[in-house]
Design a protein around this ligand. Structure first.
Ligand SMILES: [Zn+2]
Length: 451
């Protein structure tokens, strides 16, 4: 199969694309965030496009390794007739970026357009709060070969969007999924609203199309809708061609030059995309790719790692941050940023471990106490009485030593004298300076003696 995606996500701005209405449409009562402009009342002219939205789109295009259109960005009118669109056309820009790449999937183009309102066909009601919110649309080439590849791509794309801090997340995603299999025509699936949805829609469509071909039935070029509740696709209409939209340049919106200086400024300021950071972590710090992927799952976590490894061995830090830190973050259902753990706390914590001032087990308990806690890890360890407890291998060593040095007690033990065990434990306590757990010592002693 071949699969291409068109992904729409809202850009994160305070006001709409062509007016000053706020964009917090979910918190507002219906039809509250509206004005003459975003209702497209006769005679109301759009304001110049929201600069933050355009800059955000340029940033995302750059992070997707796109070339930036050097000439003009102008908006076109894409005509279609539906109750969610009061003007009868959607203002959509020509590509801002093109010919990009994300992990081997080619990005055909990136552009900006306005979100339509929300239409509820069953009630016949329209809420225009969403109308005019800036959307970024990212169009890929048909480079994905399986539902799994499409899912992987979308996960990576959402990471790019999160890193950009210019777009809202998967929650505002709407995707169109194109799929064709050998011997058939292309079907476009609409209404896909999540990564899981895209995966399920592709799986369903792949099986449906294969079965048609098997039975010798022609696959038409058509648009289908994904029904999320049932995880199936149903016919919507025969595919419209670009001509059907009767694109014309919008005479209300003057063309704009994408000023080279501005693009360069954004390029310098933009964060390194996660997939590129992952490869760099592997090369620069010699850590495993799996570890690097986990560490770059969140920008703040990746930044903290880079701070920590200025003072701590990268492999050691990667292991702890990937396993134990991620464990407590997911247990608490928080991001690293939300945990308020500082890289200074992590450095101090790792040094306690590396200097063997605390055991691995103690470390697991201390790290559980780090979220939302400004205290130093040393203080936390002291409060929990975990400083200076010795590692199991040290205790094991002391156990062996006490057995070797006290053959009489050992032979007493074999003759069934219980006191001998207590004597040997006392010896271990002496060697470890009282910092081993008595229960552990008994266990280890018995293990050694009963071999
Ligand atoms: Zn408005």
């Amino acid at each position: 199969m071949k699969c291409g995606l068109e992904i729409h996500v809202q850009l994160d701005t305070d006001s709409k694309l062509f007016c000053d209405c706020p964009t917090n449409y979910q918190d507002a009562p219906p039809n509250k965030n509206i004005c003459f402009v975003c209702l497209n009342q006769p005679g109301a002219k759009p304001y110049p496009p929201n600069k933050k939205a355009l800059d955000g789109a340029i940033k995302i295009a750059l992070m997707l390794a796109c070339k930036i259109n050097p000439d003009v960005t102008f908006f076109q009118r894409k005509h279609y007739d539906y109750p969610d669109l009061s003007s009868g056309y959607q203002k959509t820009s020509i590509p801002i970026g093109f010919e990009g790449d994300l992990n081997g999937v080619r990005i055909r183009e990136v552009h900006v357009e306005e979100d339509p309102g929300q239409y509820k066909p069953d009630l016949g009601l329209v809420d225009f709060n969403r109308s005019g919110i800036p959307l970024i649309e990212i169009v890929t080439e048909p480079d994905m070969r399986s539902p799994e590849e499409a899912r992987k791509f979308l996960r990576e794309l959402i990471r790019v969007l999160e890193y950009s801090e210019s777009a809202r997340g998967e929650g505002t995603m709407r995707a169109d999924v194109n799929i064709s299999i050998e011997g058939g025509k292309r079907a476009e699936i609409k209404n896909v609203n999540s990564i899981k949805g895209a995966y399920k829609a592709l799986q369903f469509e792949m099986v449906r199309q294969k079965n048609l071909l098997k039975r010798g039935i022609e696959i038409k070029q058509e648009t289908r809708a994904f029904l999320e509740s049932q995880m199936i696709t149903v016919p919507m209409r025969l595919k419209e061609e670009a001509d059907d939209y009767r694109y014309i340049p919008d005479p209300d919106l003057p063309p704009m030059l994408a000023d080279e200086e501005r693009v360069e400024y954004i390029r310098e300021e933009m964060p390194e995309p996660a997939h590129i950071k992952t490869d760099r972590f592997v090369k620069q710090y010699g850590i495993k790719k799996d570890d690097a992927q986990v560490l770059t799952s969140e920008l703040e976590l990746a930044d903290a790692f880079e701070e920590v490894v200025k003072e701590v061995d990268p492999e050691f830090a990667a292991l702890w941050m990937r396993d134990e830190l991620k464990r407590i973050l997911s247990f608490n259902k928080i991001t690293y940023k939300e945990s308020e753990i500082t890289s200074a706390q992590l450095v101090e914590f790792f040094k306690l471990l590396l200097d063997k001032k605390i055991t691995t087990k103690a470390g697991q308990r201390i790290i559980e106490n780090l979220p939302h806690n400004p205290k130093s890890p040393t203080l936390i360890a002291e409060d929990l009485g975990l400083i200076g407890v010795v590692e199991e291998d040290v205790v094991q060593q002391a156990v062996k030593q006490s057995i070797e040095e006290n053959p009489e007690a050992v032979s007493d033990y074999y003759q069934g004298k219980k006191k001998a065990l207590n004597f040997l434990m006392g010896q271990v306590m002496r060697i470890t300076q009282g910092k081993a757990d008595p229960g552990d010592i008994i266990k280890l002693l018995k293990g050694e003696l009963d071999k």
